[in-house]
Each structure stands twice: as structure tokens, then as C-alpha cells.
Design a protein around this ligand. Structure first.
Ligand SMILES: CSC[C@H]1O[C@H](OP(=O)(O)O)[C@H](O)[C@@H]1O
Length: 357
């Protein structure tokens, strides 16, 4: 197996963007080439690639590859139209929107400096490539901050025992450019020999817990049990700390509160949306009801995709991909810039102050 799992493989020379089709994991490892913005959009929409940072990186790199492969009449218009199209793939994770806005800002700035379309293309390609590099660096920093916070604040550690943590959905190398966010903290705890066990909870309908997180933990030989210290990722964090994450996160936060267990959100600063005040402003993606009516998988021998109908005929289905956990239930938010806690006595975070400090 590769030293580390890679959801995205990119090179400029030779020009190549390959996306690991996560729908086929863990039984099949298939990298699919992406040549166009459409390929990037489809991979995100179909959840061949998923996870807030990974979605943004694939969107940006699919534009970068398309720009280098295709001759377009108006580069600025192509970039504008492409970014707006990519933003319609999935609504909740903020990273895609932030990256799209950043790339558009770069395009605009360059178009006032040069009329040479190749110089604009070079600027966009460079920005997209940097995303992949910075994401991995930020995740390792976030992982170390989170591990240190948990070690210093964990009851187990006070008895000089290693810590046990629970994580939800998948927030590892398969949700990011590499290393992961919440799973990055677990990797950092493990590398410091401070982790006794990681529990990963299953998620439906995409099964990120059993198919992806259990797969990553086994791949890294981290002692773990698939079931249900709770560390979760984030798709979008409001400026008061309310956090949108995979459906099922909110109930874990309530459980953690009830049992007095830390509930940690691991989120790169790029997942914090200072443009919204609270979780009420976060758009929650609702996906097709077929995803819930059927359970499926891939036959690890034949490779055939199997779908079994589990729900009764005419069942009414609601299939939100995310829920919002109020800041009041969150112990701390761990980012690559450090750890932020609520100001004494308040039930909300001040992330504007934290990010501007
Ligand atoms: C590091 S972001 C991971 C975040 O994304 C997942 O959602 P999805 O698999 O639908 O893209 C889940 O909410 C994770 O916490």
C-alpha cells in the first residue's frame, strides 16, 4: 500500500489530474483521470471525491488542467463561468466557495495587469497547485495543535493513560489533500504514542465511517474499532462557532455533553465562514432519496456495484447530508493556526477575533 493514502494526484509535467473514486473503496482502488471542469464537477457531485477541502482542491485543479489543455477564446470569461458552475456542485462546505472567490480575485487582479491570457492562466494554475501543498501543511499543523490540546485537557492523561477518541464520518486523507483534519489529530496522537484507541462511527448513506475512516485507520495501523473523546471535522463553521458537519454529528455532541466528554471540531481556517453569524445561515445539502432507499457496495471479487433496496415502497425520504452543532456543545475548535475556546461564560466562539489576532 502507498505510504499515505492520496485522494488526489496531480502533476504539471506531465499534466495529470487523477481522482481516487471513493465510491469503490475499500475494495477497489481506482484513480480516474480528470481533464476538464466538467470532469471535476461530476466527480464532486457524484461524491467520487468528497470532504470539504478535497472538494475545493479538485474543483481548482480541474480548472487548472482544463485551462492548460484547451484553447479558449476568452480566458477570463471561461474562468468566471467555470467557477460559477463548479460552485453549483455541492452547497454546504465553504471551502469550494472560498477557493472559487480567491481564484476569481486572482483572475481579476491579473487581468488588470496583463492582456496576455497565458499569464492569467499561469496565475490560476499556480494558485490551484498551492492549494494542495498548503492543505497538507495546514493539516499537519492542525493535527499537532489538536493532539497537544487533547493531551493537556484529557482526563485520561491526568491518570497518565493514553487517550481514547471517537470520530465521525471521514476527515482523513480521503477528505483532504492529505493527513486529514479530525483524523489528522488522531494521526498526531498516534505518532506521539499518546493514543490508546480510536473509535469511528458509521455514517449513512455514503458509509464514510466503515468504508473510509476504518480503512484509513487500518492502513495506518492505528488501533481502532468501528462503532460509534469525540473529534469531528467540519464543512462550514459560522463566526460564532456553530458547525455544519456530516449528519449525525449533532447527536454525538449532545452525548458528549451529557457524559462530560470533550467535543472537538477540527477545521482548517479555510472552513470558517466569517460571512455568516450563526449556523442558521448555513445551507444544508439534501441529496437524492435513492441514496437512502438502497444500501450498496462493490463486490470485491467481481467489482460489480450491488444495490439492495432496504426501505419499504412509497416511503417518504429526507436525506440531508449535514446537520449543525451549536457552539454551546463544542469544547474547542482546532485549526492550523491554533486552538480556540469559548470566552468564559459565553456559549459562543469569537472566531472573527481569533482569525484576526
Ligand atoms: C475534512 S472535511 C470532512 C467532512 O466532509 C464530510 O462530508 P462529505 O463526505 O459528504 O463530503 C463530512 O461532513 C466530514 O466531516
Amino acid at each position: 500500500m502507498a505510504a499515505t493514502l492520496e485522494s488526489i494526484r496531480y502533476s504539471r509535467n506531465p499534466l495529470k489530474l487523477e481522482i481516487l473514486n471513493q465510491i469503490l473503496l475499500p475494495h477497489q482502488t481506482l484513480y480516474e483521470a480528470a481533464y476538464t471542469v466538467q470532469d471535476g464537477y461530476s466527480a464532486i457531485k457524484q461524491m467520487k471525491v468528497r470532504g470539504a477541502p478535497a472538494i475545493a482542491i479538485v474543483a481548482a485543479l480541474s480548472l487548472a488542467v482544463d485551462l492548460q489543455r484547451r484553447h479558449v477564446e476568452s480566458v477570463v470569461k471561461f474562468i468566471f463561468d467555470s467557477l460559477n458552475y463548479l460552485k453549483t456542485s455541492r452547497p454546504t462546505a465553504v471551502n469550494l466557495f472560498r477557493v472559487s472567490d480567491d481564484i476569481w480575485e486572482i483572475t481579476n487582479r491579473l487581468s488588470t495587469i496583463t492582456k496576455n491570457p497565458n499569464e492569467i492562466i499561469d496565475g490560476v494554475v499556480e494558485a490551484a497547485e498551492q492549494l494542495l501543498i498548503e492543505d497538507i501543511r495546514n493539516n499537519k499543523s492542525l493535527g499537532d495543535f489538536g493532539a497537544e490540546y487533547i493531551i493537556n485537557h484529557s482526563k485520561e492523561r491526568q491518570k497518565d493513560r493514553k487517550v481514547q477518541v471517537l470520530t465521525h464520518c471521514n476527515t482523513g486523507s480521503l477528505a483532504t489533500g492529505g493527513y486529514g483534519t479530525a483524523l489528522g489529530i488522531i494521526r498526531s496522537l498516534h505518532s506521539r504514542q499518546q493514543l490508546s484507541h480510536a473509535y469511528c462511527t458509521e455514517t449513512r448513506p455514503y458509509n464514510q465511517g466503515s468504508r473510509l475512516t476504518a480503512y484509513e485507520l487500518l492502513h495506518d495501523e492505528i488501533p481502532s474499532t468501528l462503532i460509534l473523546a469525540i473529534i469531528v471535522g467540519a464543512d462550514r463553521v459560522a463566526s460564532n462557532g456553530d458547525t455544519a458537519n456530516k449528519i449525525g454529528t449533532f447527536q454525538l455532541a449532545i452525548t458528549a455533553k451529557y457524559y462530560g466528554i470533550m467535543f472537538i471540531v477540527a477545521a482548517p481556517s479555510s472552513s470558517i465562514d466569517l460571512n455568516i453569524k450563526s449556523g442558521k445561515d448555513i445551507v444544508i445539502e439534501e441529496r437524492a432519496q435513492e441514496e437512502v432507499i438502497f444500501v450498496g457496495g462493490v463486490n470485491d471479487l467481481s467489482g460489480e456495484v450491488i444495490k439492495v433496496k432496504t426501505a419499504p415502497e412509497k416511503v417518504h425520504v429526507w436525506n440531508p447530508s449535514f446537520d449543525v452543532t451549536p457552539a454551546a456543545l463544542i469544547t474547542a475548535i482546532v485549526t492550523e493556526k491554533g486552538v480556540v475556546e469559548k470566552v468564559d461564560g459565553r456559549n459562543e466562539f469569537d472566531l472573527v477575533e481569533f482569525l484576526n489576532s
